[in-house]
Design a protein around this ligand. Sequence first.
Ligand code: F3S
Length: 755
Amino acid sequence: MAFDIEMIKKVYANMTSRVDAARQIVGRPLTLTEKILYNHLWEGNPTQAFKRGVDYVDFAPDRVACQDATAQMALLQFMHAGKKTVAVPTTVHCDHLIQAKVGASSDLAVANTQSKEVFDFLSSVSNKYGIGFWKPGSGIIHQIVLENYAFPGGLMIGTDSHTVNAGGLGMLAIGVGGADAVDVMSGMSWELKFPKLIGVKLTGKLSGWTAPKDVILKVADILSVKGGTGAIVEYFGEGALSMSCTGKGTICNMGAEIGATTSTFGYDESMRRYLSATGRQDVVDAADTVASYLTADPEVYTDPATYFDQVIEINLSELEPHINGPFTPDRGTPVSQMKAEAAANGWPIKVEWGLIGSCTNSSYEDMARAASIVNQAIELGISPKAEFGINPGSEQIRYTIERDGMIATFEKMGTKVFTNACGPCIGQWDRAGADKGEKNTIVHSFNRNFSKRADGNPNTHAFVTSPEMVAALAISGRLDFNPITDTLINDKGEEVKLSAPYGDELPKKGFAVEDAGFQAPAEDGSKVQIVVSETSDRLQLLAPFDAWDGKNIMGAKLLIKAFGKCTTDHISMAGPWLRFRGHLDNISNNMLIGAENAFNQKANSVKNQITGQYDTVPAVAREYKAAGIASVVVGDHNYGEGSSREHAAMEPRFLGVKAVLVKSFARIHETNLKKQGMLGLTFANEADYDKIQEDDTINFIDLVDFAPGKPLTLEFVHSDGSKDSILANHTYNDGQIGWFVAGSALNLIAAAGKA
Ligand code: F3S
C-alpha cells in the first residue's frame, strides 16, 4: 500500500529549477496551480509560457486512480498496450458496485456475489500489471487516495469526476475518461488545455454550525454548475489556513459540481498534520524542503486580481450553514432562509432520510461532528424523526470511529451503517418504497442531487448539506429546522436545544485498522492468468480493432443523421447500462439510442437500407456490419459533449461505423474517436448537413491521400442516383493519422512495444 516516496522526492527535486525557469519565462509571480503544471510538463523543463484557456499542453501525471465501474474498460484496453506493468503508480478501487440496503456486512456479501466476476477480473489484472487493488469494502476511492497517495504539489488523474478531492492535500487531481488513463498507464503523455484560474480568498474563521461544506455550497451558489468550466480553483487566505485537510478535500471535491477542472489549496499545517496522522511523515519531511514552491508566490495572494482570471471572496466568520437543492447542487439556501424558501417553493418539509457519507464528507472529522449531534440528541432524550444512514469513507475510518465509540452512538439512534462505499451516492440504494414515486425530501452530505440519483425516484427532493446539518435535520425531521435558533421537543415533552457540533479533526489515539482491504500486486505478474468467462454478460476481453486496409472506403451507408443535441449520454446511455461497462458487445446495444433521427424526429428508429424497414440504431448497425458494409454517422453541433466516456467512441467503432461527420465536436469526444481509429470529421461547409439524405451511400474518394491539414472529399450518392460531393475538415496530425492507420492508438502502442 506504501505510497511511492521516491517518486514524490523526484517531483520535488525537479520543482525548484522548473518553477524558477517558468517564473522567468512567464515574467511574473506564479500561482500554485501554475507551479504544479509547469513542474509536470511532458517535455520536462519549461521553454515557453502557455496561454490560459487557449494552449493544449502535454503533461506527465504522477499517479492514476480508477474506480470499479470505469476501471473495467480502462483495464481491458490497457491489456492491449503490450506492457508488463503500468508506467506510473496506479490503483483500482471497488466502491461503486456495492448496494446499500440492509447494512454493511450483508450488503457487502451480496455485492461480492453479484459482482464477483468483475471484482475478480479487476483484482487479477491489477495483480498482473503492478496495480494496487483496493477490495470491495475498503472504502471510497477519493477518501483512500487522500489517506494514502495524495501529496502536495503532485499531479494525478483518475477515472472519476471527484478525483478532484485530492486537492485537499495540495495537489492537482483531475477526473478523466478511461482512454486518458490508459495512455498514462501505458507511458504516454496526457493533454490538457492550460486552464484559466479562479482564486477564492477565504477570510475569517469557521465556527459553530458552519463547516467546510458550506464554503463550497456557497461557491456553487455564486458560480453555478457551469461557472468553473475550463478553470482550476485555487483557495487561499487565513480562512484556508484555519481549516482541516479533509475539510479542504470536501471543498475541492465539490469543485466538480461547478464544472471546474480541479481545485487546490497551498501546503500548510493542516496538511502536515494529516500526512503525519496517516503515516506519511516522510512526505512532510520531503515537502518541507520545497515548502515555498508548494504554495503561490506571496504577490499572488496580496494582489489576486492581477494573477487570477476571476476572484471571489468569502468571509467564513459570516458564512451560514447552507442547504443546496433540490435537484441541483448550485441552488443554495442559507439555513436562516429555508423556512421561507421551502414554503414558497412547495418543497416537502418532512425529512424522510438523512444520509452521511460519500467521497465528499466521510472523514473522521465529518463523522465526529455528526456523532456529536447524535450524542446530544440521545442525551436530551430526542428520538429521531427521520431514518438515518451512514457510509464511512474507508475501513480505516470505520474501524477508528468504532473504536472511538461513534458507531455505537449512531446505532443507538437506529442508524444503518452501510458499507464503506459509495452506496446511495451513486444510486446504489435499495430504498424501500422508492418505486412508488412519492414526493418526499431527503438530506445528505453527498455532492450531487440530480433527480433520481440517490434512489431512482424522480420526486425525491434531495438536499445537500454538511454532515452535522444532516444529523440535525434528520433528528428534527424537518427541512426548515434551523438548529442555530430553533428548539425541539424531546420525548418527555420538554423544549430542548442542540448545541453546535464539535469533533476532532484527527483521532486523538491515532488511526487504526485491522485489514484496510489492500491487495499489493505480484512482484512478477507475468505468470498471473486473467480469466474472463466467454459466457459472461458483464465482461468481455477486447479484440484489437482492425488496421486500415489502406484503401478508400466505398459504399458506406448512412446509419443516422442525428439532429440537435447529441451528448455522450445520447451516444452511450448510463443508468441500467452501467452493468455492461466491461462488455463492449453488450453495451453497444445502447449505441446512439438517445439520438434524434433528423428524418423522423424519433429516437432509436433509423432506416435499414438493406431491408427498407425502420429498426433500432444498434440493430441496423449490426446488420450492416454483418453484411460487411461500413457505416457513417452524421451529427450536429458540439457532438459528443458531456462526459469523457470512451464507450461513446468504442461502440460505433465496434459496430462498424467508420466515420462521424458533424458540424462541430466536443473536443474530448473527437480525440476519443481518433484514439479508437475512427474518422472524426467536420463539414467544411455547415450547410452541407442539409444535403445528407436518408438513403445515402457514401464514398471516401481520397482517403488514400489522408494527410494533416488536407480536407477529405466525401461523395454522397442519393437514392435517385444524384450525388453531392462534400468537403470534410479534420484535425489529425501525423501521429493521429498513425492511430487511424494502425486501427487504434492502443494498437500503435502495442506495436511499438513489440518492436
Ligand atoms: Fe462515489 Fe459518490 Fe463519490 S459515487 S466516488 S461517493 S460522488
